[in-house]
Ligand binder design. Sequence first.
Ligand code: AP5
Ligand code: MG
Ligand code: ZN
Length: 207
Amino acid sequence: MIIVLLGLPGAGKGTQGELLSSKLGIKKVSTGDILREAVRKATPLGLQAKEAMDKGELVSDDIVIGIVKEELSGKNCRKGCIMDGFPRNLQQAKELERMKIKCKAVHIKVPEEEVIKRLSSRRVCPNCGALYNLITNPPKKDEKCDICGENLIQREDDREEVIKERIKVYKESTEQLINYYRRKGKLIEINGVGSAKEVHRRLEVAL
Ligand code: AP5
Ligand code: MG
Ligand code: ZN
């Protein structure tokens, strides 16, 4: 079984995906994290993806579908997985359907004004990937990671102009997947406003 997390940039897909992954003991697959890691290491994949990511646009379907197929064929996904950031348009959703794996989609609903606030104050650990928020989930000491002590950074695409573009791309390409999964009777919708723990509890109940 695959659990697809849908929602605006900053809705909490990464945060909830992580909590759910620990709870259910299944892997979280984040196409955004995989692509960012490739960019950081300047691999051929990263070099191909960087330009679109910096602008807040989608990376090509071929690249992303290739990543997902490889992940899903790995032994860590044998029990299923949580998909954070895939599918992101109709072509990707259809490709996932062709893989014939049972899936459920969860739409984490958060208003646009709220996600803009969250993204502007997000910080991430470049070493272990831990997520923070200067307002709602600050690190214990300065801007250093609680887990590994590394200096936290702001994501390249969390600049105001790029946040606006990502929201625009979401509305043009990704939002339609909510109806796509609703029509198939596979959609769960939860209110994503409240603490991360509250949202996680709603998600557990809904699943
Ligand atoms: P991706 O990494 O998927 O980014 P995104 O969809 O824009 O989503 P975010 O990661 O920004 O937000 P999130 O929903 O995970 O929120 P988070 O939990 O961090 O994609 C990045 C780029 O990669 C794309 O633009 C594209 O170029 C490319 N890409 C990726 N997948 C692709 C695909 N399939 N096809 C093509 N291109 C692809 O939370 C945000 C902040 O809020 C954090 O600071 C967090 O601490 C805080 N927070 C979380 N929950 C709460 C809460 N309940 N209350 C208060 N604060 C909260
Ligand atoms: Mg994320
Ligand atoms: Zn860390």
